[in-house]
Design a protein around this ligand. Sequence first.
Ligand code: LLP
Length: 441
Amino acid sequence: MNQRNTLKINRLGHLEIGGCDTTELARQFGTPLYVFDEAYIRQMMNVYKKSLKDNYDGNGIVLYASKAFSCLAVYAIANSEGIGVDVVSGGELYTALKAGFPADKIYMHGNNKTPEELEFAIESGVGVIVVDSYLEADRLNDLCAKKGIKQNVLLRINPGVEAHTHAYVQTATPDSKFGFSIANGTAEDITKYVLSKSNLALKGFHCHIGSQIFEKQSFVLAADKMMDFIALIKKETGFEAEILNIGGGFGIYYTDEDPKLTESDYYNYLKALCDEIKAKAKALKVREPFIALEPGRSIVGEAGITLYTAGAIKEIPGLRTYIAIDGGMFDNPRYALYQSKYTVVAADNMNAPCTQKITLAGKCCESGDIIAVDVPMPEVKSGDLVAVLSTGAYNYSMASNYNRNFIPQAVLVKDGKAETIIKKQTFEDLVRNDVIPERLK
Ligand code: LLP
């Protein structure tokens, strides 16, 4: 059903993932349930690894952007594949280290890292910190001076390429909270500033142009501008970047409005980037930089599905049919935030024809608590199993305990076996950090 054969319909007409019948998973673990296919995650990590190896002599590193899905198990998988990770908070860094991830293969991001996060990062020996403000350059330099360390850093640069899902444009006005703009000269200024800091070892530059992007040309254009910038800095200062980190952003399939990319499509996205960087290096007479790449969504997005049990069904004549599920915006806030679209299926009745349009609603006290609007479905009764596909990225990682609902359990499936990777929450978990002041008792 999807591109890497993780999803199938079995002979009982049930949805199967990683060799596991979803009705069995629901029976064993309950719903709502996040399910992740390990083979899929590994395949995607390998596509990028292979493309770097084939098209750039392996002179680079794949960093899994763990903001897409962060938990101990996913760092363990990334580590066993020999790739690096990108973390964006003390919490992600802690989780990676706790999973035994080697600190030198961790790149630390964030546009406003706290002093505590910076200290934690340097004390842990994080490989590279991506600096995104003057304040941070100062704080980091002072901290490193106190500890007698020289920290490897990159600078976050805004190349002025705004990427949309279905188009790309060059922006004249570099209005972003991230990075320093090449166009208005601030990128050059911060570079000179960081070069003057004795405890910061500037290694190169980073950019990230957006997420859920399908146009190869957007990435190529960004790489092109970054290489021009590298050449400009070399000319102006004599500093020649060793590392070019080109961020993440490769799109995935959610619904039929999106292209279905094959492994070779992702391979070729990266190949196009590598080719551009090589050609530009030659033309501009700068060294071919070590490339870092930060895919998040494309590694875990289609690897994950969420299983729900249908509850109350409400038909509003002439208007809409709502199917309420035992989950909602607390496990998947993406419709509420971005009006994101999803494919919804009747996991226990996959061969039934779609005879209606339904709106999948959550159980929170909020009308905007929706997962999908007016999507095709077969007849569904209360108690039936519903699956939402492509929920592996930015679902669990953006989940909350809104309305004091539980963040669902997550299982990892492989060769027909399922193992818990994130345990079920309990009522006790919900009040664990609550305190009643003495005077209120
Ligand atoms: N690197 C940097 C510096 C980033 O900011 C991001 C994503 C990535 C890599 C990974 O991008 P990916 O390959 O996953 O597209 N919550 C939103 C997505 C926010 C993405 C933020 N940055 C969503 O649910 O669509």
